[in-house]
Design a protein around this ligand. Sequence first.
Ligand SMILES: *[C@@H]1O[C@H](CO)[C@@H](O)[C@H](O)[C@H]1NC(C)=O
Ligand SMILES: *[C@@H]1O[C@H](CO)[C@@H](O)[C@H](O)[C@H]1NC(C)=O
Ligand SMILES: *[C@@H]1O[C@H](CO)[C@@H](O)[C@H](O)[C@H]1NC(C)=O
Length: 527
Amino acid sequence: MEITVRMIGALQLFISWLLWPYYFILSLKRIKPLPPIKSQLLEIPAVELARKIRHRQISSKEVVEAYIQRIRDVNPILNAVVEYRFREALEDAEKVDQFLSSTNTDLATIEKETPLLGVPITVKESLGLKGYSHCVGSIARKGVKSSDHGESVENVIKAGGIPIAVTTTPEYCMSWETSNNVTGVTNNPYDPLRTPGGSSGGEGALLGSGASLIGLGSDIAGSIRIPAMFNGVYGHKPSPGFVSIKGHFPNSTDHNFNNYLVCGPMTRYVDDLKPLLKIMAGEKAAGLRLDEEVDISKLKIFYKEDAGFSLVAVPVDWEIKAGIRDAASFLEKSYNCQVKKANIKELEDSVEISTTVFLGMEGIPNIMKMSQKENEEEQNLYHEIWKSYFGKSDYSLSALLFMFILKYNLFIPRTKYPFYCKQNEELRTKFNNLLGENGVFIYPTYPIPALYHNETFNRIAGIMYTMIFNTLRLPSTHVPIGLDRHGLPIGLQIIAGEKQDRLCMAVAKALDARFGGWVPPPSEPIG
Ligand SMILES: *[C@@H]1O[C@H](CO)[C@@H](O)[C@H](O)[C@H]1NC(C)=O
Ligand SMILES: *[C@@H]1O[C@H](CO)[C@@H](O)[C@H](O)[C@H]1NC(C)=O
Ligand SMILES: *[C@@H]1O[C@H](CO)[C@@H](O)[C@H](O)[C@H]1NC(C)=O
């Protein structure tokens, strides 16, 4: 436990308390609902859609057209797109339809070689789509295009996926809210006054609104799971080392970067999660044994409703806690699983452990240094923060504050680095021993549903629930469990031992039957 960290936590809590009347008034504002989902094609899982396209029951073109129309309908409210790829996507779709109408190749071969043939996908900007924007919210990088597909993106395109849009992130992905000085603020489909989360926020918003079916995201401290939670969809942070992060920006030369940053699937339907992970991982997928049958009744289920008692943590919402208990008892009753409440006290120190280990990495890209103005002298951080206060900085405030935290290591003395690394490794061993090859751990993804814009600044401690599993290098799936009393998506994460991603997904599938997965956001009545 670090006293300075706790003091920052206390200060944040105090600010939240002061701001309470402001957010209360915001909550009374009437939400402008999204236009209704008009096409039934938008409500078919990707694997099913691919099958229908292969069997010439529907054309790829009509599917791509339906998604383009949906993006056109909702994006003026969401602002989740960096760059459209509509014209090229329609051309790709036509080619797929032509190929299918003329080929002699048997269906099984088509399925094996191109399991996603003709299915539209969306890509988070940081992953890299060849020829498309790769500036990742940075004014200094404005106009930078990807020279190649990111490796995982390439795998999905080879499998027949058709990219239709590149989606928004915060500047250098350095925030849990998606807002930057190039594309502006991205909004949440369930309430545009709120953030879709981040950093895969554009993906989350499009998926939640029904304007994307499957998306490619990345996660270094919750960046897949938090947007999945805020937008009510599925998201999986894989075990590191299986899905390539080649082509991702920001990047780093630190050997641990590949351990903490992962690319992974975000999907509206649970059945698409595993196939998309498999495709993204390419040849390395074999190491995850994803096709192995999982007998849920043989699993050991551990759960914990919150990180433990702490005066300064963001308390976990009672509906999320109830959802975790519900999930555990459902698995116990329906599958006769062994269910146990886990007492992992070390999780109380998640903030200290994960931030120290994370910030101990060398060569975390500096928004001011790695810009195109590389030769210019590094601007003074304080000066930029001060300018930003008056709306005069080129950098977003959240990225500047990230730089500030990095500079001071969250006020945790650097001498403590070895200590927290050791704690991290011990906790990792503890989890791997506890979960082995047949256990999962159910835990909150984020303590509360989607935050209002800018609210993350005083709720930052919430990331302790996701970030620790990056430094522990364990796989985790976010599972949506429906809408809360205010109509906002809530959910939980399923964590498994290293390389046991298939267990996360099997349990996610089982819980989908209990909770019903994605619930479309409120929309205007048709007509
Ligand atoms: C990081 O990304 C930049 C820009 O995309 C690239 O030029 C550089 O080679 C990458 N560095 C590493 C270590 O991958
Ligand atoms: C950049 O974003 C910050 C807020 O994060 C804002 O204060 C500033 O005005 C923006 N700068 C420009 C040039 O738009
Ligand atoms: C959030 O904060 C930024 C930077 O201070 C500001 O420019 C923006 O207007 C704020 N947004 C809202 C919705 O309050």
